[in-house]
Structure formats: structure tokens, C-alpha cells
Unconditional design. Structure first.
Length: 146
């Protein structure tokens, strides 16, 4: 007596599952608050103004750093991260500034902004604040002064 497996018709190549990626991604959701900050009738820079403002501030910080003002430039970059954090908290829709969930975006941008500013203030020469373990790390690598 033949088993059902031996009597089944062979599958054609057309019926086999394709290994190509689908043309449209399905089953994923955009991050919370990722809709454009302004209406669709506006040009893209206006619709995406939160990230444009943050990138502009980062660009200003990089330009200041390139003009031999390390500490003010890096503090400007850290301030841009903190501004992004505040915009993500305050605005219901931030467009491309939303990457993950609101909680994760706020946590990551806030921690990075604070870390950048603190490390800029503790950087040599003439640190504004002193962090003991930074001096120990510099001494370990033979770069500590004094």
C-alpha cells in the first residue's frame, strides 16, 4: 500500500518558495512618533525640522572644533545631543529623529549628550572638572601630566 508521501505529485519550481527578499517589507512598525513634524505639503527640510536643527548644531560644533576650539566645539556637539533628547521628549512627532522607541531614544541621546559634555569639560589641558578615574587611566597609558 503506497503512503501519502510517495503518491504526492512532485512540486514544480514555480510553486517552490523564492529565496529573494520581498519587494515590500511587511510585519514591521515604524518607531513611535516617527511621522513628519510638519504636513506633507511642506518641503522635506521643513517636515523634518527636528533632525535638521540637531544636524545643524552638530555641524556648527564640528566647524568650531576644526577652528582649533576643541572644548567649545565638543560641548556644542553634546548640547546638540541633549537638544535631540529634549525634542524627542516634548514633541509628539519628530520625523527621522525617531529611531527606536521613545524611551530608548531619550535614554541613549541623553546619556551620550551628558557623557560628551562631561568628557569635554574633563579634557586636558586645563580641565574644568576633575574626574579621578580619567587621570588614573591617563597615567596607566603614560599620558598623565604631573
Amino acid at each position: 500500500m503506497p503512503t501519502p508521501a510517495t503518491t504526492a505529485a512532485p512540486k514544480s519550481h514555480a510553486a517552490a518558495k523564492s529565496r529573494r527578499h520581498p519587494a515590500k517589507t511587511t510585519g514591521t512598525f515604524p518607531p513611535q512618533g516617527s511621522a513628519a513634524a510638519a504636513g506633507r505639503g511642506q518641503p522635506v527640510p521643513v517636515r523634518q525640522w527636528p533632525i535638521v536643527v540637531v544636524f545643524t548644531l552638530v555641524g556648527v560644533g564640528l566647524a568650531v572644533t576644526a577652528l582649533d576650539a576643541f572644548r567649545p566645539g565638543v560641548i556644542t556637539i553634546g548640547a546638540a545631543m541633549l537638544l535631540a533628547c529634549v525634542l524627542r521628549i516634548v514633541l509628539p512627532e519628530v520625523g527621522m529623529l525617531a529611531v527606536r522607541s521613545r524611551f530608548t531614544d531619550v535614554l541613549v541621546m541623553g546619556l551620550l549628550g551628558v557623557a560628551i559634555i562631561v568628557l569635554a569639560l574633563a579634557s586636558e589641558p586645563n580641565p574644568v572638572i576633575t574626574i579621578p578615574f580619567v587621570t588614573d587611566i591617563a597615567r596607566f597609558f603614560g599620558r598623565a601630566q604631573g
